[in-house]
Design a protein around this ligand. Structure first.
Ligand code: GLC
Ligand code: GLC
Length: 822
């Protein structure tokens, strides 16, 4: 069953009934000011950091699940009835309802008793404010006497403190209401130099800033007393729960239409210019007023919206495809790229499954998020890489996370995740291939955010490789440390105390447990380093200081490959690890956890077994043992009980999360591996199994949004096989984008130019694509003339050898590429 449909022309998903299986959300803002918004206007806003600078309050894990947001209430004053134009929170049944989620905006339209209301929510580019543009139309035959109420609940900035520290919080809330604008200024008198404002384009009939006055004692958001009575209290909050609510009277003749604009904004003031007049305790509102003057005018709001649309047309225009499959087209052209922007911005901080107070930006996560984003705005990827690299430790290791507001590494979940450093190499490689910007390798970057420790980024990469070389175990495989990519495989933890965090507890010295996954990742990273140093030598000659040559990195890779064949190969697939007792995991010798997906993906991606046939063996084992109609599960057989020596992975019920769920992040690794061994049909089949658009028809089962990937789909051991959870913030977004665009469609940035080397499903006759790459627009047409994967290329009418279109082409030029596959 579906709850809406795609509108590909508008690049929107249109939800046609409000009671979706879960809140289906979207994101507002893509730079510094952000909001989450559900299909019934639930959600919240923040500036840069969802934990430290939260603007509006949201209560997670509520019932109903999604309560609290950017609410409007409409009241028919002639009948004393009221409703929510976004259905929630009153849940009065609407005559008509539609929610359109687009890139950075959401439009919720509904009709009740002849009154149509349409609200467009978005954040203008370059601004730290959000606009709600409400259009009310009287579609009935009689005149309407209406009241419109807005309602948001302010958060006292630090979302964690806000949700816990009530002995203090109930006394500190402060607001100002001046010229009909509501200003939230809690803690402004002391160390904060920022405030929020909430304004309306119309003259107000009243307002409220105290929650209890607005709702009435013992009332919920579904029946605010002020809305019931049609009269605001003009309440001023003193402590308790500051809110913002405007009351606007609207008289509409039959057929008449009116637009009303609300603005919620965030403003910082210089420390020495906080108050106006100086010496008073009144907020200096100059800058906020300027923004209000501009955006409370319809023409300016409309223009800001058009600019936002154009911006996305430009970003998405960097890669557009026309294939025989509509699900591929809409994910590549619109939704997957959009989700990559969101994961790039949010990392794993704020979604309807991540509370915004938990994790900062992850070292490994952010490096992977780059992979799907870097072609859109390479400059932002560059900045991100330098921020991440500055949290690298001197020994090459990494802080596992950092806070986006301060850009400093934090020790909340410790360090010693031994895969972390290698991801930096992959992130930088992706950036350099995309941009051709070699200067990033010279950029001076600190270690551990310590001034004075700067070295060239290139040296950071060397230390990343060295980190693994310095930490080899009894079999010469890399030691796993706290965990590798799989945070829940905790081989040095041995936690027997309830509540202990698996990721911060380490009871063993970690000199035995080894990871075949890191081995594969290391080989991949070494090959990237070899490529980078080869190319850098070409570009710079001897003027650049290399401690190690390209050949050295190839040698590291070869040595590790030898080790993997010796200790990491199980006969039909790659093993997963060795535990603290030196016992193998992910082997036919095990009773549970015989085969894991991660090493099959990463080792083949690193090239292992592609030549000797073992890659195909490993992938066939994946197909036989791990693949389900809902995606490929992480391992089999699932762990049926808790194993002290394995940790969190065995703490989950079978079929969920890392214990044999379809952990979607890993599926594209197998798609890539299948393309590397030339099996386009299998690669594309796996792609389709977890493609959210292709799963739209089973939305009742899938539950999450059909326009974005979720982290997990319950595996075959679960009671709810096929049910997705944790949508939006997952490495799944970037990796699926890479798998489909760079491997199946085969359009791949390389150090030497753009490669076109598709590995297509056999039924496809070809496809068309446009790709902007290093300032050049490539118009690519692919035709199948035979059943194989042999590619021949014609560039601007001339055939070339190989599959890489040589550089340079003149900036701004259009290059026509014809690829024939036989
Ligand atoms: C989560 C984490 C990611 C980890 C994965 C597997 O998605 O964000 O870092 O690799 O789980 O455990
Ligand atoms: C792992 C899990 C993820 C969890 C995280 C932090 O990455 O996959 O679900 O949130 O660890 O504990």
């Amino acid at each position: 069953m579906k709850f809406g449909h795609f509108d590909d022309t508008q690049r929107e998903y249109v939800i046609t009934q409000p009671d979706t299986p879960l809140p289906w959300i979207n994101y507002l803002g893509s730079e510094e000011y952000f909001g989450l918004i559900s299909n019934t206007a639930g959600g919240y806003s923040f500036y840069k950091d969802a934990r430290l600078r939260r603007l509006t309050r949201y209560r997670y894990n509520n019932s109903p699940l999604d309560m609290g947001g950017r609410y409007l209430y409409l009241r028919d004053n002639s009948t004393d009835t009221y409703w929510s134009p976004s259905w929630m929170p009153t849940r009065v049944e609407l005559d008509d309802y539609e929610c359109r989620h687009g890139q950075g905006y959401t439009i919720i339209t509904s009709k009740y008793n002849g009154i149509r209301s349409s609200t467009r929510y978005f954040v203008p580019l370059g601004e730290s404010l959000e606009i709600w543009q409400v259009t009310l139309t009287n579609e009935s035959r009689s005149d309407a006497d209406l009241s419109l109420f807005s309602a948001i609940e302010f958060c006292l900035w630090d979302a964690n403190d806000d949700a816990t520290n009530f002995q203090r919080n109930y006394s500190i809330g402060q607001v100002e209401v001046i010229d009909d604008v509501i200003y939230h200024k809690t803690e402004y008198r002391e160390r904060r130099d920022h405030f929020a404002y909430f304004a309306c384009s119309e003259k107000l009939a009243g307002f409220d800033t105290q929650r209890e006055s607005f709702l009435g004692a013992y009332h919920g958001w579904n029946e605010p007393a002020v809305v019931e009575n049609g009269k605001s209290y003009d309440s001023i909050a003193h402590g308790w729960q500051p809110i913002g609510s405007h009351h606007v009277k609207v008289n509409l003749k039959a057929g008449e239409q009116k637009q009303i604009i609300f603005i919620l904004g965030y403003q910082e003031n210089p420390k020495d210019d906080k108050f106006d007049p100086p010496g008073s305790q009144t907020i200096n509102k100059k800058s906020a007023k300027k923004a209000l003057e501009k955006y409370l005018q319809t023409a300016n709001a409309d223009q800001a919206f058009d600019e936002l649309r154009d911006y996305w047309t430009m970003l998405l225009g960097k890669m557009q495809v026309t294939t025989p499959d509509e699900h591929t087209d809409r994910m590549v052209n619109i939704w997957n790229a959009y989700q990559c922007m969101v994961t790039f911005n949010m990392s794993r901080s704020a979604s309807y499954f991540e509370s915004g107070i938990g994790r900062g930006m992850g070292f490994r996560d952010s490096n992977q998020d780059l992979l799907g984003f870097v072609h859109m705005i390479p400059e932002r990827a560059r900045e991100r890489i330098l921020d991440i690299a500055a949290t690298q430790l001197k020994d090459g290791g990494a802080f596992h996370q950092y806070q986006p507001l301060t850009k400093r590494g934090n020790n909340d979940v410790g360090s010693g995740f031994n895969d972390d450093p290698a991801w930096l190499v992959l992130g930088v490689a992706a950036y350099v291939k995309e941009s051709g910007d070699w200067s990033i390798l010279d950029a001076p970057v600190q270690y551990e955010n310590e001034p004075g420790t700067e070295s060239a980024l290139y040296e950071h990469l060397q230390r990343s490789i060295q980190y693994t070389l310095d930490r080899l175990g009894p079999n010469n495989l890399p030691l796993i440390g706290r965990a590798d990519w799989n945070d829940c495989l905790n081989l040095n933890c041995f936690s027997d105390t309830p509540g202990q965090s698996f990721q911060t507890t380490t009871n063993k010295d970690g000199k035995v447990a080894e990871s075949v996954f890191i081995a594969g990742l290391f080989v991949l990273a070494c090959k990237e380093m070899a490529g980078i140093s080869r190319k850098l030598k070409e570009e710079r000659g001897d003027s650049f200081v290399f401690q190690l040559s390209s050949d050295d990195y190839f040698q590291f890779a070869r040595d590790m490959e030898t080790t993997v064949w010796k200790a990491g190969w199980d006969g039909n697939w790659f093993r997963r690890a060795y535990d603290d007792f030196g016992h193998v995991l992910g082997s036919k010798e095990n009773t549970e956890g015989q085969i894991f997906i991660e090493p099959q993906g990463i080792c083949v991606m690193a090239g292992l077994g592609v030549e000797n046939g073992n890659a195909v063996k490993a992938l066939d084992s994946v197909g036989e043992r791990l693949a389900t109609p809902h995606g490929i599960v992480l391992q089999q057989p699932a762990f049926s009980q808790y194993y002290l020596h394995l940790g969190e992975i065995s703490s989950y019920p079978p079929g969920y999360k890392e214990n044999a769920g379809v952990f979607c992040h890993t599926n594209p690794w197998i798609m890539i591996a299948e393309s590397l061994v030339g099996r386009g049909d299998t690669a594309f089949d796996y792609y389709t199994r977890i493609n959210p658009s292709a799963r739209e028809e089973i939305s009742e089962l899938h539950k999450c949004e059909p326009y974005v990937y979720a982290q997990m789909i319950a595996g075959r051991d679960a009671a709810t096989h096929g049910e997705a959870k944790n949508s939006w913030l997952s490495g799944t977004a970037a990796w699926n984008y890479v798998a489909i665009t760079q491997f199946i469609l085969g359009i791949q940035p390389t150090l030497d130019g753009l490669q076109v080397k598709p590995v297509l499903p056999s039924k496809w006759s070809g496809f068309e694509a446009v790709r902007s790459f290093r300032g050049v627009r490539y118009e690519i047409s692919v035709q199948r003339e035979g059943v194989g994967n042999e590619v021949s290329l014609e560039v601007d009418g001339k055939s070339i050898g190989g599959t890489i279109i040589p550089l340079p082409a003149e900036e701004g030029k259009t290059v026509k590429v014809k690829a024939v596959i036989r």
